[in-house]
Design a binder for this molecule. Sequence first.
Ligand code: GAP
Length: 476
Amino acid sequence: MSNKATLDAILSLSKRKGFVFQSSEIYGGLNGCWDYGPLGVELMRNIKDAWWKSMTYRRDIVGLDASILMHPRTWEASGHIQQFSDPMIDNKTSKARYRADNLIEEHIERLIKKNKTGDAATITARLAAAESNEDLHSIIIDAEIKDPVSGTTDWTEVRNFNLMFKTFVGPTDDSSNAVFLRPETAQGIFVNFKNVMESARMKPPFGIAQIGKSFRNEINTKNFLFRVREFEQMEMQFFVKPGEEQEWYEYWRQERWNWFLQMGIKAESLQRKPHQKMAHYATAAEDIEYAFPFGWGEIEGIHSRTDFDLNKHQEFSGKKLEYVDTATKDRFTPYVIETAAGATRTFMALLCDAYSEEEVANADGGSETRTVLRFKPELAPTTVAVFPLVNKDGMPEFAEKLFDDLRKEFRTEYDTSGAIGRRYRRQDEVGTPFCVTIDGESLSDSTVTIRYRDSMEQERVNIDALVSLIHRRLKP
Ligand code: GAP
């Protein structure tokens, strides 16, 4: 068995089987945007449901669904207007625009390929030490980096390009009406801190969880779903008494690590990456990374953010965002531990991790390659597939009745076409954990064959025992 999850294999399977399509593909697609097909949407829902349950089916966390468009002052308070930007440089001849640091990194890679390791090391050191756009510009000019399109070194200055999408409320495109599509769900939680705490009668330590779309006008969208412009986040802000933040940070870094393991991701595909450089307000930060086919990439960040965000919103809104203990009159602005996971990246990580190809015996006595998505059964987009062995002798009617019964409990598919072996392969490829076949015997003794995706073993069971057997197997 091998995990051959190349990006090409995942992309091709995603399209062929209806997990993910390019957005507005018939018009040539829209960069950085993807559509989830019938199986993709089920997998995504299962991921989000698993996260939602793990967060809100506990006594100290409640949920929220804030709007995507928020008051523009939100983004001044959060620092996104001033700081949420990438350093960009334009080539005057080709008019092509690049992220300055990426342009330098690609130049370094080319130098390494040409064995100019000394030059590569010098530029790498300068890039690591660069503190301003001017520093990046000097590196590009000094190294005589050429535009890949025009081949010239005809560069503009390096300028910051804000990653937030801007739009306008109301009928006029006037800057006084400008609003932004949120670049993270977290700010919807901060601004609702008091509403939620008071209405749900919570007191620190407690958390607010939210799942929703976020938008970033990424300059370089790449690696399928990894860096996209429209994506989903699953964020939770945990509000604690100042002084208790370290203990809660440790708790959440462990909880979030365990969650990915519970989702069935292999331990060797995950690593922790503590932040070396931290924002001035953060006291601790760590990413959980997944071994994607293109290398390690962040799927979640866990941050200890002090009272920075609530303080900023108090300052900009003029409203108190404190907890006041009515009995002791103790009052404080809570510190925050943030767990910020990408639903989109988790989806991609699960697809990559579940993918495997293996050689199995075929009906002709030879062997063939079986592609199988080994999702945890409860995450699989389809839970059960029902097949009549042949399309005659009362089997289709019996199978359709069973299909209708199972559909009330599970996401179920019905397939009548091709040999049974081919039907198994089709379901393996989309990760369906259970296939049920109806044959001649089923009509006389009400038994069916259930076949398990991972072991490929088959078992004869009574039809009345089927639902409870599948439920038992779905238990985490
Ligand atoms: N509130 C903190 C925050 O948003 P972040 O590290 O910028 O932190 C959190 O984002 C998670 O959101 C990332 O770990 C990643 O999974 C996901 N994410 C961020 N940008 C993304 C993008 N352009 N495409 C897909 N997922 C993205």
